[in-house]
Design a protein around this ligand. Structure first.
Ligand SMILES: C[S@@+](CC[C@H](N)C(=O)[O-])C[C@H]1O[C@@H](n2cnc3c(N)ncnc32)[C@H](O)[C@@H]1O
Length: 259
């Protein structure tokens, strides 16, 4: 393959997966990703806390669901592998990772090459029916039985124009009773109007669209589901297993069960 034939993986501009990887201390990121992350940290010091708040919530939620008997997990917008990925926390479960970023998917595929009960597929959360019908998804996940669908730190990367509610609804509808939805999402609950403008400037500078949404909209993702205790709360306050630092207030998290 000549350089001209090589696929453009977009390493010249920041990508959400790699900005997030850098923020968690990962090594799978490039200059533009690091510059975008540092710009975000300098603008909003609280942004440093968010990836850890999110990952720790995700792991607590998965541990809870394993204890509740869930044996199948679909991780939408999985990002690059980090510490304590879903198939490692839920070691006896069937797990499918999904991301639209080819680099994230290839990294998971490499990690999972000897793990028969887990796989990674490239697909777009804005086209949920393609994910639900994807042969590698249906080979591992039986939607006739309870499944946990994780959407942690991904719905805020889907703009209003792309209708994040429609994405979540498609997964809710596909679930059998006893299925669970796990969401962690950026909220605008604590930001001032001035910070909102600054956030919009940051989005323009970084070229990665991020939407901060009101708590009521995030709660709406759980329509028709029973929110497990303690409800939709700041991510570190969802069933903490040890004392935690004060919450940033920027990330709301919850787990809902389909009745
Ligand atoms: C901030 S990372 C979150 C990673 C992981 N969910 C976690 O909680 O640690 C967001 C990921 O969502 C992916 N993503 C964004 N929009 C997507 C879409 N429309 N379809 C699939 N993946 C998407 C990005 O590529 C990125 O890898």
């Amino acid at each position: 393959m000549t350089e001209r034939d090589a696929p453009d993986l977009g390493f010249g501009s920041p990508a959400a997966s790699r900005i997030y990887d850098f923020s968690l201390g990962g090594k799978d990121n490039y200059g533009p990703d690091r510059e975008a992350a540092i710009r975000a940290f300098q603008t909003f010091p609280a942004a440093r806390l968010l990836p850890r708040e999110n990952r720790k919530f995700m792991r607590r939620a998965v541990r809870h669901l394993v204890d509740a008997g869930i044996t199948q997990f679909l991780d939408i917008g999985c990002g690059l592998p980090g510490k304590g990925n879903v198939h490692q926390v839920a070691a006896d479960a069937d797990v499918v990772y999904v991301d639209h970023d080819p680099v994230a998917v290839v990294h998971y595929q490499a990690l999972l090459h000897a793990v028969p009960r887990a796989t990674a597929v490239r697909a777009d959360a804005r086209r949920p029916h393609e994910i639900l019908a994807h042969p590698e998804v249906t080979a591992l996940i039986d939607f006739g039985r309870p499944v946990a669908v994780l959407m942690t730190a991904v719905l805020d990367l889907i703009t209003d124009a792309d209708d994040p509610e429609a994405t979540v609804r498609a997964f809710r509808d596909a679930m059998a009773p006893g299925g669970h939805l796990v969401v962690c999402d950026l909220t605008d609950a604590v930001i001032t109007p001035a910070e909102r403008d600054t956030a919009a400037e940051l989005v323009r500078a970084n070229g990665v669209a991020v939407s901060l949404r009101p708590p009521a909209r995030i709660a709406g993702y759980f329509d028709g589901f029973e929110l497990l205790e303690p409800g939709l709360v700041n991510a570190p306050e969802w069933r903490p297993d040890r004392p935690h630092e004060p919450a940033s207030g920027w990330l709301l998290a919850g787990v809902g069960r389909k009745p």
